[in-house]
Design a protein around this ligand. Sequence first.
Ligand SMILES: [Zn+2]
Length: 278
Amino acid sequence: MKLKNVIIASCTVLIFLSCATNPFTGKQTMALVSNAQLFPTAFAQYNQVLSESNVETGTARAEMITRVGQRIAVAAERWLNANGHQGYLADYEWEYKLIDEPTVNAWCMPGGKIVFYTGILPVAQNETGIAAIMGHEVAHALANHGQQRMSAAYIQQGVALAGNIAINNEEDRNIFNQYYGIGSQVGVMLPFSRSHETEADKIGLYLMAIAGYNPTEAAELWKRMKANSGGGAPPEILSTHPSNDSRIANLQTLAPQAVAEAKKFGIQSFKPITSYSY
Ligand SMILES: [Zn+2]
């Protein structure tokens, strides 16, 4: 057999073995980098970011981030259990932290490790805005979007042929940070693809609605985000989350579906929209 054929055969086997159906998207997703490999790296990176940052605790706004995060996590668990995916979050170790920094950004790493920066609070404007961002970021993690992008990058580099990807050196950690949109010191942060954004928007809407937050507010949030990009430097979150008018229109179209989904979980009304004053 020619070398090329061997390589193709090896790839096929590896991809076949590594595919799993994602419960949130119903799609076969490629995961050459498994949760068992990713989560310890994610947790270590998360702790490193926290150790180098001004983590705010005990304030009303820090408690709000925790409260919204917990509600989104419970919503994800309820949705998974109701759809026959018990145990999907077994390895998740949810954590919700607020970092006092003017960066307009937020992210969720694999395994449920969430960071909000205080700079995003004025754009979020209210707790429901926070829920829209949180739902969306958690959705990327639940749908393994970063994982898929890392796997694709490894395949491009031919590393997958080795069959044992361990994220244990600086170069791999930099790739990890690029694909998860964290660590501006790395320089390049790669944007999510449009299809991943659309998926995360839909899942995020469902999660926020099941958590008791009005999903029609998500479109309003992204309108504010867009408005915020005029004038000075655009928000950092937009560098990893390209946004446009069709996306906002899509969120408006999907919102009634999210309301209907939330009704299945007994949610008949949503938390009132009240701007916070911090
Ligand atoms: Zn996104």
